[in-house]
Design a protein around this ligand. Structure first.
Ligand code: NAG
Ligand code: NAG
Ligand code: NAG
Ligand code: NAG
Length: 380
């Protein structure tokens, strides 16, 4: 989810952490003997494309695909743990959940963080605001134990929602941002950075496999890459700059014809956004090529012609990533077919796109913080 407006960042003193993290250390157990482990680590450091981390301390966390619109996974916060379903979002950097601090009817949800029921809860006085495409929220920063499967971050700063506008119809409770720390709107250290700094994550990487149509089967993995989720080799793409999951895209083509991004453009690889978004003029051009008719906010096309529509090819770092019509045409709740291309609300001085779930269902994605790059390979 790309956040929209830059409001003043709040200065933030992080929650103090002294308690070491607990992790499942299968690899340490199997490779007993210091030298054996040392040699293994030396040999395998960063050779992500050659090795599988199955059986090592890679954390594979299930996500649920809600009608190809959003992918969410469970986390817990507090002691005893309170469970939330959150979107693991590479487009933003903050973690927040609903809370009992919000008393307005707009955020009356059944699931909310009840701070009085957690013995490890610690409040702060910091407040922040975030505006996403799908809604806005206001929050206050607090600290507590946050768990993603077997990854545990104690005294993790996170946001408690105290007001919200527009998230009402979504099925998720909150958002867990996986973008770089300097894009944090609350100023708090993101959970991935905290886990990484404390050595809870063996390699500073995470990766996504997003299932097609099926509700089950999607995963986010932390600390390494499981080969069994993609075919062939990962193609690595350097980031435009360290500090944001954006890459340079060479062009967008249909057959041999360049249809957008003719002078190159930037693309944010965003797991928290449903549709492929770009500048209005170019998106409209694509809608015309597809032959869509605008009805309401969506561009519809007859489901019977989907098989006749061309692939749209995104060229990144010299490699072609085709997106066939079966992927860029989605079905709404009544079974009608519509285009997954959408005009981006935020305009910038340079052409920029959001490569979202529509793209990431086809391509397994690795986010490598150690080398500031993204790896892509066809999903299984
Ligand atoms: C999250 O937890 C709920 C209830 O505890 C469970 O029904 C659901 O399957 C879990 N989701 C995932 C992706 O594991
Ligand atoms: C919040 O601010 C008040 C005064 O502005 C201060 O007394 C209090 O200790 C602060 N609380 C925290 C948790 O920082
Ligand atoms: C497993 O995790 C520990 C830290 O808990 C780390 O030092 C080690 O390098 C990891 N092992 C592998 C094989 O990545
Ligand atoms: C974010 O931080 C990185 C270092 O981690 C830095 O290189 C980059 O310039 C920063 N980006 C912004 C937009 O401040």
């Amino acid at each position: 989810m790309k956040w929209l407006v830059l409001l003043g960042l709040v200065a933030f003193s992080e929650c103090i952490v002294k308690i070491p993290l607990r992790r499942v250390k299968t690899m340490r157990k199997t490779l007993s003997g210091k030298n054996m482990l040392k040699n293994f680590l030396k040999e395998h450091a960063y050779r992500l494309s050659q090795i599988s981390f199955r059986g090592s301390n890679l954390t594979i966390h299930p996500l649920r695909n809600i009608r190809n619109l959003v992918y969410m996974g469970n986390i817990t916060i507090g002691t005893p743990p309170q469970e939330f379903q959150v979107v693991f979002d590479t487009g933003s950097s903050d973690l927040w959940v609903p809370s009992d601090f919000c008393t307005s009817p707009a955020c009356s949800t059944k699931i909310m963080f009840r701070h009085l029921q957690s013995s490890t809860f610690r409040p702060t006085n910091k407040t922040f605001r975030i505006a996403y495409e799908s809604g806005r929220m206001k929050g206050v920063v607090a600290c507590d134990t946050v768990r993603i499967g077997d990854l545990v971050s104690t005294d993790q700063p996170f946001g408690l929602r105290v007001a919200e506008y527009g998230f009402g119809h979504w099925r998720f409770d909150g958002i867990l941002g996986l973008n770089y720390p300097n894009l944090s709107r609350s100023g708090a250290i993101p959970i991935f950075d905290k886990l990484k700094n404390e050595g809870a994550i063996s390699e500073p990487v995470f990766a996504f496999y997003l299932s097609k149509d099926k509700q089950e089967g999607s995963v986010v993995m932390f600390g390494g890459v499981d080969h069994s989720y993609y075919k062939g080799e990962l193609n690595w793409v350097p980031l435009i700059r360290a500090g944001d999951w954006s890459v340079h895209m060479d062009r967008i083509i249909k057959k041999r014809e360049v249809i957008a991004c003719s002078d190159g453009c930037s693309a944010l690889v965003d797991t928290g956004t449903t549709l492929i978004q770009g500048p209005g003029r170019l998106v409209n051009k694509i809608q015309k090529l597809i032959g869509n008719k605008l009805r309401g906010s969506k561009h519809y096309v007859s489901c019977s012609v989907v098989n006749t529509l061309p692939s749209i090819i995104f060229t990144i770092n010299g490699i072609n990533y085709p997106v066939p019509a079966q992927a860029y045409i989605l079905k709404d709740s009544r079974g009608y077919c519509y285009s997954a291309f959408k005009e981006k609300r935020v305009r910038g001085s340079t052409e920029s796109w959001l490569l979202s779930d529509v793209f990431l269902r086809l391509y397994f994605s690795v986010f490598d913080r150690g080398n500031d790059r993204i790896g892509l390979a066809p999903s299984v």
